[in-house]
Design a protein. Structure first.
Length: 255
């Protein structure tokens, strides 16, 4: 089944998913990656997202190869720019940074990337990417040269997502940025959830089981966890358990 179909199924059934974000710059050695991959398998993680706002190393390809050698979890590219394309991955988030007004990240990089992607078998996932303010300037806000939507401007985020859906984007990704001080509030997630029917991905600053649960309750279909695992890979279990419990409860209700 294509990844888009899997995400649409989450949306349609009310089930939830979890993705682990791996920033190649934060990978120090193969052992660290293997540990994370093994934990991801144990915790039934749905996807690996691989990428970063700025990658200064040349190990993207190697990271994907290592993940592949260790698990069957699909690898989805989460690129900060057009050079972060690797044909070994399963899919690519074809991100349009619709919360910003930087033409390079609305269409410019896409023009560069399109012919390269066309020559691969990567599944293309057209995704509206919305950066939400989180207290301090994150790397992604700085590198993308865009102003995040203020965290209390619910209607602005909702209308942005709505416009993205009308433009044909198939997924929405609400992101506070990696390592955000504050995760996206439940009120913000639910405002966007009500505004669009496409699957909703939420990430940035989710680092405890409680925050994971709150994002799910507010309407995230898929949560993304990265920074917390760079500090403590075992933190994955508590957050993945919330996703598992949600899906179990849903299955019980259906019986
Ligand atoms: C960042 O949404 C991802 O783009 C994940 O954020 O690294 O803070 O978990 P964290």
């Amino acid at each position: 089944m294509s990844i888009l179909k899997q995400l649409l199924e989450l949306r349609a059934t009310g089930k939830k998913g979890i993705a682990v974000l791996i920033d190649p710059d934060k990978v120090h050695d193969a052992a660290q990656l293997h540990q994370l991959a093994d934990l991801a398998v144990e915790n039934c993680v749905d996807y690996f997202f691989v990428g970063g706002s700025l990658i200064t190393t040349v190990n993207l390809s190697d990271v994907i190869r290592q993940l592949r050698s260790r698990s069957n979890i699909p690898v989805v590219l989460f690129p900060g720019n057009a050079i972060q394309i690797d044909p070994q991955a399963d899919a690519i988030l074809f991100l349009s940074l619709i919360s910003g007004r930087n033409p390079e990240l609305l269409i410019g990089q896409h023009v560069v990337a399109a012919p390269i992607i066309r020559n691969t078998s990567l599944e293309v996932l057209p995704t509206g990417y919305l950066l939400i303010g989180s207290g301090r300037i994150t790397s992604v806000a700085y590198v993308s040269n865009t102003t995040p939507i203020p965290d209390d401007k619910y209607s602005l985020a909702a209308c942005t997502a709505m416009a993205g859906e009308m433009l044909g984007l198939r997924l929405m990704y609400l992101d506070a940025g990696s390592g955000a001080e504050t995760e996206i509030s439940g009120r913000m997630i639910s405002a966007v959830r009500k505004a669009v029917s496409v699957p909703l991905i939420v990430g940035g600053g989710i680092n405890t089981p409680l925050k994971a649960r709150q994002a799910l309750e507010a309407g995230a279909d898929l949560i993304v966890v990265g920074n917390a695992l760079e500090k403590d890979p075992n933190a994955l279990t508590g957050m993945a358990t919330k996703v598992y419990e949600w899906n179990e409860q849903l299955a019980l209700k259906g019986k």
